[in-house]
Design a protein around this ligand. Sequence first.
Ligand code: KIV
Length: 277
Amino acid sequence: MSRITQKNRVTVQTIATMKSKGEKIAVLTAYDYFVAGLLDSAGIDILLVGDSASNVIHGHDSTLPITMEIMLAHTAAVARGSKRAMVVADMPFLSYQPSLEVAITNAGRFLKEAGAEAVKLEGGIEMVPTIKRLVECGIPVMGHIGLTPQSIHRFGGPKVQGRHERSRALLMESALALQEAGCFSMVLELVEKSIAAEISEALSTCATIGIGAGPGCDGQVLVINDILGLRDPGFKPKFLREYADLPPIISDAAARFIRDVRDGSYPNDDESFDLKK
Ligand code: KIV
């Protein structure tokens, strides 16, 4: 069945309605087919194929190295696993900054080739012309302000944004400009909670999705690996709530498999093919 005829799929209109009704929007990142299906069945509203895949899947220490081709492959896998959630593809570093043409071509690939329903890109007022063109082309855009990891070298580390008057004013100005440009939602990352709440209140059509931005946002996003404990032990930001601790479960399963192979108890007769059965 064509996805366009499927009922109950989360769309930009669903997100707008949720914001207007004050219903909180739940967003998790996903990078593969199987996990996407599990999160979708659990009722997640948006599956964000984050460029955090660069860190948590590919082992880089920033989001900068991940490429269009890798993000397309992750997005296609997630789209195949999702029945209800909106799939948003994160545009990788330098896939949208060089020119409007580059941005349209690459954003279009996420919809045409990978089955995403929207794209996300980082940046404030400077991204307004790009967002406007993408929206004019029929590509829904999620913005991303506050701490924007693709500019980590400019920020000089993961610093909370909006602690001072100038930075609060800039955040508000960017948020209003992104809404005006046509963003249906925007991530607020590492933003002081009172200015995040003020921004969420000031925006009428664009839903704010916080990560480290306090409870006043219209929705919240976390990285799936982080909530499952699949992260470097040293990485434990204040905003992270861990919902499961998978490393000991995975290590234990692997250790038992290794033991069974080594002592010859795997595979047994029932797990082998023979001429009689
Ligand atoms: O790449 C990502 O996972 C993100 C979220 C943290 C918002 O941008």
